[in-house]
Design a protein around this ligand. Structure first.
Ligand SMILES: NC(=O)C1=CN([C@@H]2O[C@H](COP(=O)(O)OP(=O)(O)OC[C@H]3O[C@@H](n4cnc5c(N)ncnc54)[C@H](O)[C@@H]3O)[C@@H](O)[C@H]2O)C=CC1
Ligand SMILES: O=C(CO)COP(=O)(O)O
Length: 298
């Protein structure tokens, strides 16, 4: 293993932005399943030999990718994805735990549009890990324009980061239907309560939902057309077909599959998640105006 070296795996929007950020202080490699014209692009084998890895591939692809490609050699890993696996309802930390010990892994959360990070604009992130030592070992890699915080509440950060994508879809629908700022603020505030309730069931801490990982990321994504999930919601409000919306988007919108996962988990464990459930029903074809009526019922 190449001691002290760092690589980003996944060269989508977020992988490239993290690569830019992590290249400010030292050389940072980047790898992806197809070759890209990016400085310090390497093959997967070379990347995997680095002591530090940042993995930025879509949540639904992680299990298959790990099975096919990953060899644990003692690397320290940061997971940059935000989502819940739809086909099993497993959280990403559960999936990774089959491949990497807890003390070697952390999860990035917080409000961070790739398009702003790649311009070097200021940003604050949380590194969530069972090991503070892991956080401290990654901290020096981050550039001056990114402030990093530590939290040991891995499940809280994961749920907040995944859930806000579903709520961003709801907020995009609200915007598209021109329901007004009162409705949108209510939706976001009730969404925050809902994700906290869901998180509590799985042992998450309340404070994670009130800080950068929850409120921070939710306010960002549920209020901006820069969010892919928000744009999915806009498309749904115009009665566009999901398939066409996703084709036009050309990038991942994690909220689509995560809505499925939340729907199944909340049903299984009887957790009250009305907004996420309506998003799932709209994705399955329900008219958003009918969802609105159902959400407004006293
Ligand atoms: N774009 C953003 O602003 C942010 C994104 N994220 C999260 O980061 C993750 C990745 O998002 P983006 O990079 O923005 O998405 P993207 O759609 O721009 O890129 C996804 C990347 O994953 C790769 N990929 C897809 N399937 C793969 C597979 N089976 N094996 C290997 N690689 C595969 C693609 O080639 C592509 O490079 C998502 O979970 C997203 O929620 C988190 C924070 C910010
Ligand atoms: O997670 C993000 C910003 O923190 C990106 O959100 P979208 O995937 O909705 O663009």
């Amino acid at each position: 293993m190449n001691q002290g070296s760092i690589a980003v795996i996944g060269a989508g929007k977020w992988g490239q932005a993290l690569h830019f950020a992590l290249s400010q202080k030292q050389k940072c490699l980047i790898s992806s399943r197809s070759k890209r014209e990016i400085e310090n692009f390497v093959d997967l084998e070379t990347a995997m030999d680095c002591e530090y890895l940042v993995i930025a591939i879509p949540a639904q692809e992680i299990r298959g990718w790990l099975k096919e490609n990953f060899v644990f050699k003692g690397q320290k890993i940061l997971v940059a994805s935000k989502g819940i696996e739809a086909k099993t309802g497993e959280f990403l930390n559960e999936i990774y735990s089959n491949f990497v010990p807890d003390k070697n892994i952390g999860f990035i959360s917080g409000p961070s549009f790739a398009a702003e990070v790649i311009k070097g604009l200021p940003c604050a992130l949380v590194i969530n890990s069972k090991s503070k030592k892991l956080y401290k070992s990654f901290q020096p890699f981050f550039p001056n324009f990114i402030k990093t915080y530590f939290s040991a509440d891995v499940i809280g950060a994961e749920i907040a980061g995944a859930y806000k994508n579903v709520l961003a879809i709801a907020s995009g629908i609200c915007e598209g239907l021109q329901l007004g700022k009162n409705a949108q603020a209510s939706l976001i505030a009730r969404g925050l309560v809902e994700m906290q309730r869901f998180g509590k069931y799985f042992g998450a801490k309340k404070s994670s939902f009130l800080g950068l990982s929850g409120a921070g990321d939710l306010f960002l994504t549920a209020n901006s057309t820069m969010s892919r999930n928000f744009r999915v919601g806009l498309g749904l409000s115009q009665n566009k077909k999901l398939e066409d919306i996703l084709k036009e988007l050309g990038e991942v919108a994690e909220g689509v599959k995560t809505a499925d996962a939340i729907h199944n988990l909340s049903k299984k464990y009887s957790i009250y998640t009305p907004i996420a459930n309506e998003v799932k029903l709209i994705l399955d074809g329900k008219n958003p105006k009918d969802s609105l009526k159902d959400l407004l019922k006293n």
